[in-house]
Design a protein around this ligand. Sequence first.
Ligand code: AMP
Length: 112
Amino acid sequence: MSTLFEKIINREIPADIVYEDEISLAFKDINPQAPTHILIIPKKPIEKLSDANIEDQALLGHLMLVAGKIAEQLNLDNTFRIIINNGAGAGQSVFHLHLHLMSGRPLSWPPG
Ligand code: AMP
């Protein structure tokens, strides 16, 4: 069964897409937790970071670089946070790997 994010990749459900290339897709989070809250996903369906393997090394690096590129395009002034929730206990609710890119408000540490 395909996840919500696969449906967004396949344009079966709408999303506010901000970036796309052959490997990845980025769109606005539907329930933003910061003024800027973008999700960056691989098109390859990897359930969670801990399921990635050595074959995914370049893909994981690509997602990080895309995050940096989007941050630059959105003029985030080099001030943002990247979060990956891995597993339900860590807050993961959609089981298709995704990076949260958040910015635009003070981000406390440690995160909750
Ligand atoms: P996580 O809890 O780390 O798995 O993050 C999943 C994120 O997906 C949450 O921040 C949700 O608000 C977001 N989300 C769920 N459904 C959609 C959707 N249809 N479009 C955009 N973002 C979504």
